[in-house]
Design a protein around this ligand. Sequence first.
Ligand code: ADE
Length: 229
Amino acid sequence: MIKLAIMGAMEEEIEPLLAHFENINVVEFADNKYYEVKYNGLEIVIAYSKIGKVFASLTAATMIEKFGCDTLLFSGVAGGINPELKIGDLIIADKLCQHDLDITAFGHPNGYVPGGKVFVETTKSLREIAIKVANENNLKVIVGTIATGDQFVHSTERKDFIQSTFKADALEMEGASVAVVCDALNVPFFILRAISDTADMDAGFDFDEFLKSSAKNSADYLIKIVKEL
Ligand code: ADE
């Protein structure tokens, strides 16, 4: 039986997921809450990590190592870079990178440290299930690169740097750290986001305005995917 981890970064990102389930058992660990539920023959653990790469790594590693999850799905919102991505639209990462990881002073490329890799790929079989579900439900989903950093990006200058350096389609603050953890621990994983803003000067305003509706778009799609696992 699959033991599934479902992560978000913010409470608003997991609220619409929790709303789908009944008989939830709450476990407190390491200053966080983990919501356990049985659904469709799956054991599921749901949590929001808090924002940023460190909290996201802690939560992903906890779900795998303490709760024994063997598959991880992430649902949440992102800033759009690819002009095809409008607010509310869905993106599945085929690979992720850390746009703020920088030891270029030593001649290394942006996003790279020795022993690591610039891009971590997500699990193909999970992407394929997600694409099948999107097709069956007439949902438009872009598959592309997501760049992660410990910054809320709200300038065209930073956005352009991330686009030109990593050819990223969207950016957020957790995905690549979750990817590193899952890759290292050999756990199949998948990162889904819906666009809340376009990472430009209006990003803060748009994020506040569209966080809930975009988080729900992502969560509703994720639940459809969970039914196919
Ligand atoms: N998540 C959603 N929008 C974002 C942005 N503009 N920067 C970083 N993370 C985000």
